[in-house]
Design a binder for this molecule. Structure first.
Ligand SMILES: Cc1cc2nc3c(=O)[nH]c(=O)nc-3n(C[C@H](O)[C@H](O)[C@H](O)COP(=O)(O)OP(=O)(O)OC[C@H]3O[C@@H](n4cnc5c(N)ncnc54)[C@H](O)[C@@H]3O)c2cc1C
Ligand code: SF4
Length: 337
């Protein structure tokens, strides 16, 4: 039995104060990831700061400039089914609903989704080394069973992938993450929030200890006419992505005016290659155009013994998903992917 203290915070600032003051403290929201990590002995907080009573981060509302703000404590289910999200950001709805299960989405919060940890099997097994769990101990995945692992952005320290679906859509939509610390606030462009392993694979993102995510802003542009989220996984439910793709297109007749393509399941963070997206500007809407972009996106990819297949899979998924974005009705609930 491990002893721990439990406190309920009433305000964002109280929560930030409690965690800042104790380097062994953690926030808990829905608990769907944290409690698993705790049960597996991957984490062992001395103080649990429950943020569920903070009222200010529980709404979805319109913001100046025409976008919307998603409270960090709104559940994934309430976000996916919110009329403003369904109507203006259907890509986000589809991505959230591709994740986990109905029960988990009812508990999981938006802030927690951004903060969830990798699903690398070695990370969850305290009997084996893992640089993300114990820095400097090694990475058994590199020469081990690495079917789920990264093909882009990895290095000799860690080849884990970030497992979120929601965050792949947030990357494509160019969301902004609002965070608060003790008497401080900052807004982080989504592409800068998660990080690559580099020399510190134990650090998943740029949040400082004690900083709390308060909300996520979606800019005005929601690409609700041409979008698609495709998740390729071993089972059709309750499974993490082998590869996922979020596509947003803005078309001018049969010509691409703007394209955004974000990948999940392939790197330590949602993956976008803006040079590839730029090459699509002014190109005809054809499989050939998307195939050329897919080649650029995967040009630096490097697989391992069990996940080489992901490189070709990602290319095909990009092409298929971009074509699906031309028919967004294929994304409606009940439609076959
Ligand atoms: C069986 C299973 C299947 C799953 N499948 C998928 C899937 O297919 N796709 C997918 O995307 N996800 C999947 N998930 C992950 C799930 O989406 C996350 O566990 C969930 O989003 C985490 O949210 P939470 O509120 O429960 O976070 P918690 O478990 O409460 O917290 C997770 C981490 O976030 C921190 N945290 C929470 N809120 C904040 C905040 N506001 N500010 C700062 N830090 C915070 C906590 O301190 C903790 O470190 C799955 C989970 C399970 C258990
Ligand atoms: S891939 Fe990363 S998380 Fe997995 S064992 Fe290696 S260091 Fe740990």
């Amino acid at each position: 039995m491990n002893n721990f203290d439990y406190r309920q915070a009433a305000t964002t600032n109280d929560a930030a104060l409690l965690v800042t003051d104790n380097d062994q403290a953690k926030f808990v929201a829905g608990g769907t990831n944290l409690l698993d990590l705790w049960k597996y002995n991957v984490t062992n907080p001395a103080l649990l700061v429950d943020i569920n009573r903070i009222r200010e981060n529980k709404t979805i509302e319109e913001i100046e400039g025409g976008g919307i703000r998603l409270g960090a404590l709104v559940t994934n289910a309430d976000t996916a089914y919110h009329p403003l999200v369904e109507e203006r950001y259907p890509l986000l709805s589809r991505a959230i609903l591709a994740g986990a299960s109905g029960q988990i989405r009812n508990m999981a919060t938006n802030g927690g989704n951004l903060m969830q940890r990798t699903r690398c099997y070695y990370f969850y097994d305290p009997e084996v080394p893992c640089n993300k769990r114990i820095p400097g101990s090694g990475c058994p995945a590199i020469n081990g069973y690495n079917r789920m692992h990264a093909i882009l952005g990895h290095n000799e320290n860690c080849i884990a992938v970030f497992p979120s679906d929601m965050c792949v859509a947030l990357a494509a939509l160019e969301a902004v993450v609002n965070v608060s610390g003790v008497n401080s606030k900052r807004s982080i462009p989504f592409e800068n929030f998660h990080r690559l392993p580099e020399s510190a694979p134990e650090v998943d993102n740029i949040l400082k200890h004690g900083e709390i995510i308060t909300s996520i802003d979606l800019p005005l542009k929601g690409f609700s006419s041409n979008y698609s989220y495709l998740k390729i996984r071993d089972r059709n439910s309750y499974a993490f992505a082998l590869v996922s793709v979020a596509t947003c297109l803005e078309l001018d007749g049969d010509t691409i005016h703007e394209a955004r393509i974000a990948l999940g399941g392939v790197a330590h963070k949602p993956w976008r290659v803006k040079t590839a997206e730029d090459t699509l500007r002014g190109k005809p809407v054809t499989e050939t155009s998307f195939a050329q972009a897919a080649d650029i996106i995967l040009s630096g990819a490097q697989g391992f013994k069990y996940n080489q297949f992901k490189i070709e899979l990602a290319k095909r998924a990009i092409i298929r998903n971009c074509m699906m974005a031309l028919q967004p009705e294929s994304q409606k609930p009940g439609a076959q992917p």
